[in-house]
Design a protein around this ligand. Structure first.
Ligand SMILES: [Zn+2]
Length: 150
């Protein structure tokens, strides 16, 4: 169990490893000295920044492959927003619009949406298709990350 979380500096882009117990005081970037903020919302990612935002991210990333016309995707979206806010710093949530990023969707073999893929340290650790209840989703994430670290 670690108390360290990863925060990306909005100002210079440097990754900072921060002790979560110190989050009561305002942490600053080790490179440029600007204050660090936690990302509280899911991040929209495209083929152009997928490598940087997901594959090279030194932590856990949940990728939601979705499309605007997909009903079950809309059901999952509020849960993902809630997760992104509550687990900010330890879990990054990103969204890939499969209508706009068909090449990314085919690279990961997405045949139905929503599909969630969990990455840990750049490695894909698990994948699941379809909506699921919140408690089951959280259990899936935690057990997948634990298995991915093993
Ligand atoms: Zn910085």
């Amino acid at each position: 169990m670690t108390d360290k979380i990863m925060l990306k500096c909005e100002a210079c882009g440097a990754m900072n490893r921060v002790d979560e117990r110190r989050m009561t005081s305002q942490p600053v970037c080790g490179r440029c000295g600007k204050p660090l903020t936690r990302s509280l919302k899911p991040v929209a990612v495209s083929a152009a920044d997928f490598q940087r935002e997901v594959v090279e991210w030194p932590g856990t990333v949940l990728v939601d492959f979705w499309a605007p016309w997909c009903g079950p995707c809309r059901a999952v979206a509020p849960m993902l927003e809630d997760l992104a806010a509550r687990r900010a710093g330890s879990l990054k949530v990103v969204k890939v619009n499969t209508d706009e990023n068909a090449e990314l969707a085919s690279r990961f073999g997405i045949f139905s949406i929503p599909t969630l893929i969990l990455f840990h340290q750049g490695n894909k650790v698990n994948q699941v298709s379809g909506a699921m209840p919140r408690a089951q989703l959280e259990l899936w994430i935690d057990s997948s990350v634990a298995a991915g670290k093993a």
